[in-house]
Design a protein around this ligand. Sequence first.
Ligand code: H79
Length: 604
Amino acid sequence: MTEKVKCADPLSWWREARFGMFIHWGLYCVPAGIWKGKEYPGIGEWLMAQAKIPLADYRELAKEFNPSDFDAFQIAKLAKDAGMRYLVITAKHHEGFAMWDSKVSDYNIVKATPYGKDPLKQLSEACAKEGIKLCLYYSQDLDWEHPDGGYNEWAHPGHQRNFALYLEEKVKPQLRELLTNYGPIGLIWCDTPATITKEQSEDLKKFIKSIQPDCLVSGRVGHCVGDYGSLGDNQIPLGRLRGDWETPATINNTWGFKVNDHNWKSTQTLLQLLIDLSSKGVNYLLNIGPDSKGRVPQPSIDCLREIGSWLKVNGEAIYGTSANPYPYEFGWGRITGKGKKLFLIFSKMPAGDFILYGLKSKVKKAYFLDGGKSLESIQIHDKKKDVCKLALKFNDSLPDCIRGNLKGFPVVIVLELSNEAIVDERIIQQPDGTVRLFAHMSELHVSEGSRKKRIPRPGNSMFSSVAVAAEDANSTTIGNHLRIGDGGLVQNWNSSEDRISWNFKLLEHGTYSMKVHTVAPKYKDWIGGHKMRIKVGGNEFSKDIIPDEVYETPRTHLFQERITNFGEMNFPRPGDYCLELLAEKINPDVQDGICVSEVKLVRK
Ligand code: H79
């Protein structure tokens, strides 16, 4: 009898990990954002493209690259101390320079620099020592050194590109070296599929697996053929995602070291992002950019260690967890789950009683994850309001051991349930009085006229392709008309015949102010200039979309968001309502039409 061999899922370590370290390190850290005395805005590793530096000049940087302070063991230990479980280093970024001892091209750190050593060899030993999965970033498409690589016209003027030649001459032989000489590799992090065809993406994935069958391939290998989906750089989705996802993110505003980027996010913000992404089912791959000496900037070291100290106590709420069982996020914090446990992760300690609606499972026990002190919990089903209600009694005598709270870090409460969490997924007014109608939960009403205007998504466009896997997987419809895309936003609203709506449950009668949140395209300024209409409870409110309030959260950092106040409305009785949002006039100057993140009702 043949024995059935049980294969472990190659993604299981990655799902368990939730948090990884990205390292951007290459020749670009020598100029560090400045070329010929001029400082370039944007991301440091793109300097060669932005300043249109000729290849011969850029090559010279290698002679100045001597990272004598690089210590792979210190970096792997930093990842470990931060609570990160995998590490992805740029073996080769778009510049085309190999950060290992490559026999395929002399354009590498061992041959071309005074340093002359192989940092990947050291890292593979250091990662093995610390129990961190070593993963490698390899730019499979953009290459500014090889004449046939993607997006390098200024570096090889007049050259007729043969992209397939580049794949065979450089990409495959170099990947073979990386997958042969450095032990087991957790994943190959491909990026920016601008030129590559679907067949080439599939072929590359097959090639990688033929050498290391368990090695994962990132979503950005192109055309949705990767082992998991990659959201856009620094992108935070609005709601929870199904399937396996990752967001790569920066601590300041660059990936490759820039001498003048001191825009460091606080530990509180980074923790908030880790928790937010975990609650939405997304891995967080957080970047450090060592300088040309190989030193990690001190502000990165400090906040990573603080994150690690929080995870040491609260890691159970992050590692190997599943997303929030509710389809929406909360103002007070986030929820993750594991088996019969739910983790309520509060941004701040609640004052007095805390109320959660919609949890149908029985709570057997509630306690602080830090220290284990239990809390009194009361569950009722409010018949009149038709809602399940859980109350947690936070009294004044909190345990001293809530270290996180002392520093203003999040506080975790564990709920042990009698079964896996079952929740009421309807939109319901929250205990703080607000009703949040999130874009990803809206119903789309796409008119016939709009459907006919549907344009197939351009699969290979240079910069949209980064997030294509994400958009497609999250879209209810694909094309250039109204849809839920880009991690949950309603976007491409180009026709005033289209509308969106939500059903929701209001628990308290009274006067509410109505707020509509609109979002600008990534990196673009918010313009507005539309006119929209709300219909609810037999009333209609029409309003020009102007920036009454700026909405700032870590999510809105690259996607400017503004609030327009639609005035007040009196809801005479609680109950089930439908709110419709219509576009009366769409400003043609706004790229891709109207984009909405939520409509909020706030009790007066
Ligand atoms: O490795 C990091 C980036 O270099 C890479 N992905 C992350 C993980 C990346 N590849 N492409 N892009 C990001 C899109 C780049 C867009 C821009 Fe620019 C680069 C905007 C600003 C700088 C190039 C120059 C395009 C506009 C100006």
